[in-house]
Design a protein around this ligand. Structure first.
Ligand code: 5GP
Length: 194
């Protein structure tokens, strides 16, 4: 998605060879117009699926997921990273090791909001080692729902998550694929020789 790549080129900050900061439009401040375009792109890429629900993880997946949900006219559910004190039972839950924080959290979703009747599109902001996505997939499995696929805003293709999921037959659609963050530069897949 060219508009997204241009935004990353202009505003993305390479924090290390492994971490890209996009706080100005996705992870802290949000660019709603760009989010709307991202929502449209996800909807178009998964237009062959009868999606009934979008599932994401708090907090940075919520903006792109909500835009896609608005366009599809389906609810958006976000997995919580901390268990609510009032909701300890009646949950689907999975363990997720956080790439950026280096800690393992339980993520959970109320059983009220995903059922075996659902076809779920998972959406997240970044794909690195695939732990967040695998945790969400585990929750979809616990619910007995169908998985339409995984929509990712920025995939870091030099990390193993995308390959691991595609190899196991999961459909992954990423709107920007980063080949490398070496030398403080964002290089996208397919732009190796530019
Ligand atoms: P994974 O579970 O695939 O290893 O990592 C994905 C999660 O870690 C995403 O939900 C995202 O919040 C965070 N993450 C991974 N890599 C980056 C990165 O380079 N920049 C930012 N801002 N977040 C990242």
């Amino acid at each position: 998605m060219e508009l997204l790549k241009e935004k990353i080129r202009q505003e993305g900050k390479v924090l290390s060879e492994e971490v890209l900061k996009v706080d100005s439009f996705l992870n802290h401040q949000i660019d709603p117009v760009l989010m709307q375009e991202i929502g449209k792109e996800f909807v178009s890429r998964f237009s062959d699926q009868q999606i009934t629900k979008i599932v994401t993880i708090e907090s940075s997946g919520i903006a792109p997921a909500t835009m896609a949900g608005l366009l599809l006219g389906v609810p958006v559910v976000f997995a919580r990273k901390r268990k609510s004190l009032t909701l300890t039972d009646h949950l689907y839950s999975a363990k997720v090791h956080s790439f950026t924080k280096g800690e393992t959290n339980d993520i959970s979703v109320s059983k009220d909001f995903i059922s075996s009747a659902d076809t779920v599109l998972l959406i997240d902001d970044f794909l690195a080692n695939g732990q967040a996505a695998l945790g969400l997939i585990e929750i979809v499995k616990q619910a007995g729902a169908q998985l339409a696929g995984v929509g990712i805003v920025i995939e870091k293709s030099f990390q193993p998550g995308g390959k691991m999921m595609r190899t196991s037959g999961i459909r992954v659609e990423s709107l920007a694929e980063v080949q490398s963050l070496a030398n403080g530069k964002v290089q996208f897949v397919g732009e190796e020789n530019l």
